[in-house]
Design a protein around this ligand. Structure first.
Ligand code: APR
Ligand code: PHB
Length: 400
């Protein structure tokens, strides 16, 4: 296990809670601009690197990784996708992203790989990362010198900083440190989950397939040409133990067009899990000297794979603002951070919600609403204007 050992630094410029993609990318960008930080991560590195998450990278995230000096492996091994398919009424229809967006594409590269690259880059620069550091509170966030309190192997430690970046995910400690009167949370929980598997089989197709079907949504995705990721919509309280691999493959095939199902390579799953679907935003994303970024501030349902990409745009805005402050004392970026990040967050929330609503079988939908879904899909593929709007969201809205 790698990471800093005691005695830990007691003071830094930016204390970063969370060593997921948000926290690591922030520490790397700050370091390259001469700003010090310490990352406090509750879990071991092996645990962080065992989490399976999505991996469709927008252009903005790709550019940011290159700027952070961690784009080489992504550029070598990541798969460029210039389109994807949506299947409905028994047929798969292609969305030609590159054609609709003047050449924009996305890159398929697993979040696990990206996180590994970030850890390696931080190690190469001797970045301070404390693992098994469970942050239990942040004191003095409305003063000029906030302090992060954390527990490491039974001992309590304190880290003083000029600023605190809460990059500690949905269940983290950062958001909880903000007085409830100073933060508003807006949430929608969807009445279903995604049952996902990873299998060492070639993907169903060269491109992702999102399937609308009366039995429920399905998705064929991939990590690389030998590793596939598949999902089927399931009940929110589904029991994983009831899903043998055979049952999963049968259900997936039943939701795919005949031509795709018949050519599907099946095999044993190497991971199987159920994820709930939620839309969530906490606003504002700043309180005093504490800034929220990534999953700590917002969650999108996975349809459209915007979670990681939104974390990246937050980190872009926040790193710019902190670097401007430390290099020239300018505070404008820090003041604008929350508004600027939230404008992009809400647009991605809207797109993820739209894609989720369009493609899933909601238990409450009557015959009329189901027909509205297929009519909308039919319209989408008959109108270049409609498809262009969806494509520009899928490849990622600009960081403005
Ligand atoms: N103290 C220290 N670390 C903590 C604490 C705490 N109290 N609470 C949570 N953490 C750590 C978690 O262990 C995790 O490693 O914070 C990290 C947060 O990482 P992520 O959940 O991955 O969130 P983020 O870095 O914002 O990444 C963005 O994009 O695709 C989505 O949800 C997906 O993880 C992904 C996210
Ligand atoms: C994934 O590969 O896990 C994935 C891809 C696209 C999505 C969601 C998840 O929209």
């Amino acid at each position: 296990m790698q990471g800093a050992e005691p005695p830990f630094p007691q003071r830094t410029q930016v204390a970063i809670i969370g060593g997921g993609p948000s926290g690591l990318l922030l520490s790397q960008l700050l370091h390259l601009a001469g700003v010090q930080s310490v990352v406090l991560e509750r879990q071991s590195r092996d645990y962080v690197l065992s989490r399976i998450r999505a991996g469709v990278l927008e252009q903005g995230l790709q550019a940011l990784l290159r700027k952070a000096g961690v784009g080489d492996r992504m550029d070598r091994e990541g798969l460029v996708h210039d389109g994807f398919a949506i299947s409905f009424s028994g047929e798969a229809r292609r969305v030609d992203l590159a054609d609709l967006t003047n050449g924009a594409t996305v890159r398929v590269y697993g979040q696990t790989e990206l996180t590994r690259d970030l850890y390696e880059a931080r190690d190469a620069l001797q970045g301070a990362i404390v693992h098994e550091a469970d942050v239990v509170g942040v004191d003095g966030i409305d003063s000029a010198s906030p302090q992060v309190r954390f527990e490491h192997r039974g001992q309590t430690h304190h880290l003083a900083a000029d600023f605190v970046a809460a990059c500690d995910g949905f269940h983290g400690a950062g958001r909880r440190a903000v007085p409830s009167s100073a933060i508003k949370t807006i949430e929608r929980v969807y009445p279903f989950g995604w049952l996902g598997i990873l299998s060492e089989t070639p993907p169903a197709s060269d491109e992702l397939i999102y399937a609308h079907h009366e039995r429920g949504f399905a998705l064929c995705s991939m990590r690389n040409p030998q590793l596939s990721r598949y999902y089927v919509q399931c009940a929110a309280d589904e029991d994983l133990a009831e899903w043998s691999d055979d049952r999963f493959w049968e259900e997936l095939k039943a939701r795919l067009p005949e031509g795709v199902a018949s050519g599907l390579s099946t095999g044993p799953s190497i991971e199987k899990s159920i994820a709930p679907l939620r839309s969530f935003v906490a606003e504002p994303m700043r309180y005093g000297r504490l800034f929220l970024a990534g999953d700590a501030a917002h969650i999108v349902p996975p349809t459209g794979a915007k979670g990681l990409n939104l974390a990246a745009s937050d980190i872009y805005y926040l790193s710019e603002a902190l670097i401007a402050f430390f290099s020239s004392g300018r505070e404008a970026g820090l003041k604008d951070y929350s508004d600027r990040a939230l404008r992009r967050v809400w647009k991605a929330e809207r797109f993820s919600w739209w894609m989720t609503a369009l493609l899933h079988n909601f238990p409450s939908l009557g015959a009329f609403e189901r027909r509205m879904q297929t009519a909308e899909l039919d319209y989408l593929f008959s109108s270049r204007a409609a498809l262009t709007s969806r494509a520009e969201n899928y490849v990622g809205l600009p960081y403005d």
